[in-house]
Ligand binder design. Structure first.
Ligand SMILES: C[S@@+](CC[C@H](N)C(=O)[O-])C[C@H]1O[C@@H](n2cnc3c(N)ncnc32)[C@H](O)[C@@H]1O
Length: 272
């Protein structure tokens, strides 16, 4: 495990996934019944963007440091929370901020240091559990939740060569346990062959009602660069596709450099 999110926090991919994550969470709050969230790859929950790790890559300069100036109403909820939470928030901090009194969050983080940081951060909140265990294994072990409604957010580091396959299999496994849940899985776009393979695996998985939202910063020609990223969502809420398109568009407007091939895409991979 070499990946540490502290080096990448605040990059364009973080902004994209977190703005969409909040839209998904807010859709649960339309009903009074409590919901559950499983964050399978949670990270440390908060990052100092002035610290050495973040400064070394400078990735936040092309992400949140630009996007924070956006006045687009589609990003108001996300950017409002980034401002309010102070320390730049990771996914568990954003999820926790969205929870109501009886909603719950379970976070999994395998890196001992990040898991300990996360545990310290949330120790006074009875709604949040932190598990130092594999998020892949939690897709079986922690599902289904008693609430029967909720979101599974899967944001792996993509260090392993077969991570796309692991992700597709994880979605199938998790969904078999929690068929009434919404699943959202982030993926990198470095080369289109890998992305097309992932889409094909999802299309032939037997899972229904799948949408993929993508942001491309440029033509996907250099496999050594993060040219874009996507979020695959199973059982998206009502009108999510339109909302996701607007959010992705607003993020690209804030972080894009107008390179050839830049754009946003919402693809339906499987019907309801
Ligand atoms: C992309 S980062 C997560 C960022 C976080 N979701 C956010 O949005 O702020 C991936 C995280 O997964 C952790 N990790 C790697 N393998 C894991 C596994 N099998 N189970 C749980 N966490 C894992 C890494 O230590 C890293 O913190």
């Amino acid at each position: 495990m070499n990946y540490r999110h502290a080096y990448h926090a605040g990059n364009f991919a973080d902004c994209f996934k977190h703005a969409l994550l909040l839209a998904l969470l807010d859709s649960f709050a339309r009903k009074a019944a409590p919901y559950f969230v499983l964050d399978t790859h949670a990270g440390a929950g908060g990052y100092d963007l002035d610290a050495d790790a973040a400064q070394r890559t400078g990735e936040a300069d092309g992400g949140i440091r630009r996007l924070i100036r956006s006045a687009d109403p589609e990003l108001a909820r996300y950017l409002g929370l980034v401002r309010e939470l102070g320390l730049y928030p990771g996914s568990p901090a954003l999820i926790r901020a969205a929870l109501r009194e009886n909603d719950r969050l379970a976070c999994c983080e395998l890196h001992p240091e990040d898991a300990a940081t996360l545990r310290r951060r949330f120790r006074r909140d009875p709604r949040v559990e932190v598990h130092e265990r594999s998020g892949w294994e939690a897709l079986t072990g922690l599902l289904p939740p008693g609430e029967r409604r909720g979101l599974v957010f899967i944001d792996p580091p993509f260090e392993a060569r077969d991570e796309f396959q692991t992700l597709a299999e994880g979605l199938v496994r998790g969904h078999a346990r929690f068929g009434t849940g919404v699943f959202a899985a982030w993926y990198p776009i470095k080369q289109m062959a890998a992305v097309r393979g992932f889409h094909a695996d999802l299309r032939s998985s037997g899972l229904r009602d799948i949408v993929a939202v993508e942001l491309h910063l440029r033509d996907v020609t250099d496999p050594d660069r993060l040219n874009g990223c996507g979020l695959a969502v199973i059982a998206p809420p009502y009108r999510f596709e339109e909302q996701a398109e607007s959010i992705a568009h607003a993020v690209l407007a804030g972080v894009g450099d107008g390179e050839t091939g830049a754009g946003t895409h919402v693809l339906r991979l499987a019907d309801e």
